[in-house]
Design a protein around this ligand. Structure first.
Ligand code: ATP
Length: 359
């Protein structure tokens, strides 16, 4: 391994290659049909960074999150966490690994057990990792630390979830996710159930925690303005595939994939300078993952589609530093800061994407 590659991989917490997950869905008298919820996912997450994961409902975001949490068994591809394959671990090594990836769920009203106190909820993960905080005093001290970290009071430990506001409940969920000192937290729509003013507070808290602890986030959200604000890089999903990745600025300001361009042009913007020059309206409905289009999966809704798009699955295209777009680059998401998209006819410029270009 070259020194450069070694430095890169030391910064990589999670690396996913060709990850696949197929569900077998009951289908009338004919038995079952295959639903490819994940169809060759490539992505990487670096230490201390936030990767945004966006895409329409049903594109596979939750299945990806659940697979990374090892709640689903993949049927293909590899997951490497700090270079290790978690699916190959057993016993104590598996238990140790589980503490390193945690999740915060969307709805702080539904995700906390109403019969437990905040303190019990936050410290529940200690039960399966007794060696970390073996004594009552150590557990109490850790609980107090966690409450302080997320901006709650020590006396809040004895209250039940119903006694808290939505924002405070999400703080309890975050404290619980932090309890075992994870390296990666998957945040599944963590603020979308909250009022706007509270959203900002929780997002600021997540940012402060990342600065303090160096934890990485995968931030799943439908809200593109939030994604733009809080992420370092973005992965765009469509029907079980990641069709574009890049830095947040690249993906938002000069999307390569026509699908990304349509998402960006449809996203509301307060600043008139950022408003789209024209709005790209997608044709048709999202196809069923039970019966995805041949070739490029997006082609049935794409304004740039040509006949090759229905025949050949597109290779990756990358935007070089000089702005030129070239073909056949490494697996999407695996490289560092590159902007990569799977498309036969990538969008050439911000103007073509319908995005306003500053003079
Ligand atoms: N256990 C399951 N059995 C069968 N199909 C499933 C299962 N879980 C998910 N699916 C299907 O897999 C596809 C991806 O679902 P998933 O929930 O991952 O999408 P999503 O992007 O998270 O959607 P949303 O934003 O609405 O949560 C969908 O077509 C869904 O119906």
């Amino acid at each position: 391994m070259s020194i450069q590659t070694q430095a890169m991989s030391e910064r990589t917490v999670l690396e996913v290659q060709d990850l696949a997950k197929t569900f077998h869905v009951a289908s009338g008298a004919s038995g079952t049909r295959e639903l490819k919820a994940l169809d060759g996912i490539n992505l990487s997450v670096k230490r201390g960074e936030t990767l945004g994961l966006v895409g329409e409902s049903g594109c596979g975001k939750s299945t990806l999150a659940r697979t990374l949490m090892m709640l689903e068994q993949p049927d293909g591809g590899t997951v490497r966490f700090d270079g290790q394959d978690p699916f190959a671990l057993r016993g104590k090594s598996l238990r140790d690994w589980r503490r390193r990836v945690q999740m915060v769920f969307q709805d702080p009203f539904a995700s906390l057990n109403a019969r437990m106190t905040a303190g019990q909820i936050i410290t529940e993960p200690f039960a399966t990792h007794k060696d970390l905080y073996p004594t009552k005093a150590a557990r109490k001290q850790r609980l107090n630390e966690l409450l302080e970290l997320v901006g709650l009071r020590i006396t809040d430990a004895d209250k039940s979830p119903q006694e808290f506001s939505g924002g405070q409940r999400q703080r309890i969920g975050i404290a619980r996710a932090l309890a075992l000192g994870p390296d990666l937290i998957i945040l599944d729509e963590p603020v979308s159930a909250l009022d706007l003013s509270v959203q900002a507070q929780v997002l600021n808290l997540l940012n402060d925690l990342q600065q303090q602890l160096g934890v990485s986030y995968i931030f799943i959200s439908h809200d593109l303005s939030v994604v733009r604000h809080v992420t370092d890089r973005v992965a765009v999903m469509y029907l079980g595939r990641i069709i574009e990745t890049g830095t947040t600025q690249q993906v938002f300001d000069s999307p390569l994939h026509p699908y990304t361009a349509s998402l960006m042009s449809a996203s509301p913007k307060l600043d008139p300078a950022l408003r789209p020059a024209k709005r790209i309206v997608l044709q048709g409905e999202l196809p069923s993952p039970l019966d995805p289009p041949s070739g490029c999966r997006f082609r049935t809704r794409c304004w740039k589609a040509e006949s090759i798009c229905s025949v050949e699955r597109p290779e990756s295209r990358v935007r070089e530093a000089d702005g030129k777009i070239s073909l056949g680059m490494p697996a999407m998401g695996v490289s560092e800061e590159q902007q990569i998209a799977e498309c036969h006819f990538p969008v050439e410029s911000a103007a073509e994407a319908g995005l306003a270009v500053s003079a």
